[in-house]
Design a protein around this ligand. Structure first.
Ligand code: AMP
Ligand code: GLY
Length: 417
């Protein structure tokens, strides 16, 4: 099978690697470090299957465009992508589907006063979200009323996030551990990918510092059984797919559901319409069933294979450049990769690299490399990943030292039942 992957980051590199096991893979635009990269536009590439990695092309309708040309595509069209592109649309849909979620209201530019009045009906923590895409940075959770009020004003005025923030959602603040799951949806039904993953979103150890796209991830989460995950599928994902169908949305791709486990039971926080980055880097390599075949079946609207995933543990540590996430610098030569890759059980995905005139790999953007360790246990996997991290260097490189280590708050599974 010939597969074309769209994207250029670590998640897409993980797709390329796993799909290449039994398929010929090309990636656009890819990057200097990723084999099969081409600058040809996707519409000029012939393939049996197109896999769209990031949310922006999905939200912009690339899957619809390719389908109109008769292609098989893994990834929802513009309609289904609204689950991620508009929090207000998503909240209305899951509310109609009877999925437990934080109580909320949405407000537009002309409703700043009503928004502030609505905020006062809640206890802290206060939650203010941009309606549109904001690269994971559009959500404010704060205990300070004044901060929430100024955030409402800044978002609605367009000052903080441009058009993405001119509509906002204000939600009841919930507390509890968070959990994500991934389901494959072929337009008719959703099937669980039977594993769990935990991202570490804050820049610094012990969950301090600013939010980022994700500084590292591990999988599976201890004490989270397939039955626990299936209970969340029944609670949220299956009803969501039924509601999508009612609204005429033929959703073919992955549904990445984020939950918060409150003392009143699990509540859905968000949907993403693509795999997580770096969650994909610790899940896709552990697929035991053929990834190409599974994604093709999804794209063709007939998922018959049950996805199976190895019980091995994987940890990925993100290496980022100085200044990330605010003002990342680029252009530094990356040292030590060959030594790191020589360690058995270590894989490296390229998230933001390019090559210089001398053909050396250099940093390009904030998140640069994903260093992954794979082993029978989480502790061993973490050990391997950090052994490799210690061999890699460029000036200003930053990373967390506690990926997969500070997990005690994430296993509150009783509340699922
Ligand atoms: P979202 O993009 O909607 O998942 O929000 C990003 C992050 O903000 C989540 O992973 C949570 O940590 C936090 N968050 C979102 N909504 C809420 C809420 N209603 N209550 C508490 N924290 C929230
Ligand atoms: N790692 C979180 C995300 O991809 O949204």
């Amino acid at each position: 099978m010939k597969v074309c992957v769209v994207g250029s980051g670590g998640r897409e590199h993980a797709f390329v690697k796993s799909l290449s096991i039994d398929s010929e893979v090309i990636i656009t635009p890819g990057s200097a470090g990723i084999e099969g990269s081409t600058s040809k536009p996707v519409t000029e590439i012939e393939a049996d299957l197109y896999v769209i990695g990031p949310e922006v092309p999905l939200v912009n309708g690339l899957a619809d465009e390719l389908r109109s040309l008769g292609c098989d595509v893994f990834g929802p069209g513009k309609g289904g992508s609204l689950l991620e592109a508009s929090k207000a649309w998503m909240k209305d849909l899951v509310h109609a589907a009877g999925v437990p979620t934080a109580s909320y209201r949405s407000f537009d530019q002309s409703q700043a006063e009503e928004a502030i009045e609505f905020l006062t009906t809640f206890e802290p923590p206060y939650v203010v979200k941009t309606d549109g895409l904001a690269a994971g940075k559009g959500v404010l959770v704060t205990n300070t009323y004044e901060e929430a009020v100024s955030d409402i004003t800044e978002k609605l005025s367009g000052e903080a996030f441009g058009d993405a923030g001119r509509r906002i959602v204000i939600e009841e603040g919930l507390t509890g551990p968070e959990l994500s799951l991934f389901a494959l949806c072929d337009g008719q039904k959703a099937v669980l990918i039977p594993t769990s993953a935990q991202d570490h979103k804050r820049l610094l150890d012990h969950d301090r510092g600013p939010n980022t796209g994700g500084m590292g991830c591990y999988s599976p989460m201890p004490n989270m059984s397939d039955a626990d995950l299936e209970a969340l599928m029944d609670l949220a994902v299956h009803p969501t797919v039924e509601e999508l169908k009612k609204r005429g949305v033929d959703y073919r791709g992955v549904l990445f559901a984020g939950f918060i486990m409150t003392s009143d039971g699990p509540k859905l926080l968000e949907y993403n319409v693509r795999f997580g980055d770096p969650e994909a880097q610790v899940i896709l390599p552990r697929f035991e069933s053929s990834l190409s075949e599974t994604l093709l079946q999804v794209a063709q609207g007939n998922l018959v294979s049950q996805p199976t995933v190895s019980s091995d543990a994987m940890v990925t540590v993100v290496l980022a450049t100085e200044g990330y996430p605010l003002a990342p610098r680029s252009g530094d030569v990356i040292h030590g990769l060959d030594e790191a890759l020589a360690i058995e059980g270590v894989t490296v995905f390229y998230a933001g690299v390019e090559s210089n005139l001398q053909g050396e790999l250099i940093t390009n953007g904030g998140r640069v490399l994903n260093i992954c360790g794979r082993a029978a246990t989480l502790d061993e996997a973490r050990e391997l990943a950090y052994q490799a991290v210690d061999l890699i260097f460029w000036p200003g490189m930053q990373h967390r030292t506690d990926i997969g280590a500070s997990i005690e708050t994430n296993t509150n599974r009783e509340v699922i039942k």
